[in-house]
Design a protein around this ligand. Structure first.
Ligand code: NAD
Length: 311
């Protein structure tokens, strides 16, 4: 609120409380011409925000804190002609750092050491069971946007060879050795030690990492998913992890969230789970507001095209 009022002192600002039952009177709803959703789509309180903004007859523009807008709640705004823009990019750094953290935990013997530590056991990993060097391993990043590009940049600092999967060809300055189109993923999978998912969930990406793609990965390969659970065939993933075909996975997103208590994923020793929380960082709200919402508000008022407009 402070940042918005400082930037636009004359603006009439309506704040919705974090209360699922909160409703705005009709005369207030009529005066709302744009809205900023600065919370999480999933908790209860977001219902009051979407109920209010859906009922605002003069709403022209909605800016959201989120990067992904696959939740059906956003489609309803687009369908009624409301301009929608996102804060994609505002959480790319913390998410990429979490992905690299997951990779390091899986690549280095942290899980094994942590297990020994809990038993107060001094158990050095013998040279005969030493893990492979990360340098020289091959990473494939599906979705070379804000998150994927940052993961690629960091991974290359560890000496990994990174290939991006994107619809458009390689461009000057891309942080990857090469770019291939999505149709080549089943072939590329054969040469992938680390498969990173950082694409949006769309009709094209739903189920993209199919049973066949998982089977094509070399034995012992790893999956790191911060995109959406539905990009992967989760049943096939569980099988590939349980049989040891995959060496492990770091998963932040799942086909059903919260991940049901009876999901086999919870119990697999080579899986690291975070509760759709890879982005958590103290600066996110400020970055989204100051870096994306306020500049877009200035653009909207000047009649200029918005950054991150969803089409
Ligand atoms: P972005 O728009 O900057 O990047 C997405 C990239 O994916 C774009 O370059 C786009 O061209 C590419 N893409 C689209 N379809 C593709 C396909 N079929 N194959 C390969 N690439 C494709 O978005 P971002 O900020 O990097 O976020 C990417 C996604 O990550 C979001 O849509 C969201 O689903 C997810 N996300 C998850 C979290 C989390 O908390 N886990 C947080 C933010 C975003």
């Amino acid at each position: 609120r402070q940042a918005i009022e400082a930037a636009w002192p004359g603006l009439e600002l309506v704040m919705l409380p974090d209360d699922p039952a909160a409703r705005l009177p009709a005369e207030v709803l009529e005066r709302i011409d744009f809205a900023y959703f600065s919370g999480d789509v999933y908790p209860e309180y977001s219902r009051s925000f979407f109920a209010a903004t859906q009922g605002a007859p003069n709403l022209r523009w909605l800016h959201t804190f989120n990067a992904g807008v696959d939740n059906p709640v956003f489609r309803r705004f687009l369908d009624r002609g409301v301009v929608l823009s996102t804060s994609s990019g505002s959480t790319a750094q913390p998410i990429a750092q979490t992905v690299i953290g997951g990779m390091l935990i899986l690549a280095r013997p942290f899980l094994r050491w942590a297990d020994a530590q809990r038993r107060r056991a001094w158990e050095p990993v013998p040279a005969s069971e030493a893990p492979a060097d990360l340098a020289g391993q091959r990473m494939t990043v599906v979705g070379l946007g804000a998150i994927g590009s940052e993961v690629a940049r960091l991974a290359r600092a560890f000496g990994l060879e990174v290939t991006g999967v994107r619809r458009s060809p390689r461009r000057e300055g891309d942080p990857v050795e090469r770019v291939v189109p999505p149709g080549e993923l089943p072939v590329l999978a054969r040469e992938t030690d680390w498969l990173v998912l950082a694409c949006p969930l769309t009709d094209e990406t739903r189920g993209l990492v199919s049973r066949e793609v998982l089977a094509a990965l070399p034995r012992g390969a790893y999956l790191l998913n911060v995109a959406r659970g539905e990009v992967v065939d989760e049943a096939a993933l569980i099988e590939a992890l349980a049989t040891g075909h995959l060496g492990g996975a770091y998963l932040d997103v799942f086909a059903t969230e919260p991940l049901p208590p009876d999901s086999p994923l919870w119990g697999l020793p080579n899986v690291i789970i975070s509760p759709h929380n890879s982005a958590v960082a103290a600066g996110n709200e400020r970055r989204a507001t100051e870096g994306y919402f306020l500049p877009n508000l200035a653009r909207m008022r000047a009649g200029e095209p918005l950054v991150n407009e969803v089409r």
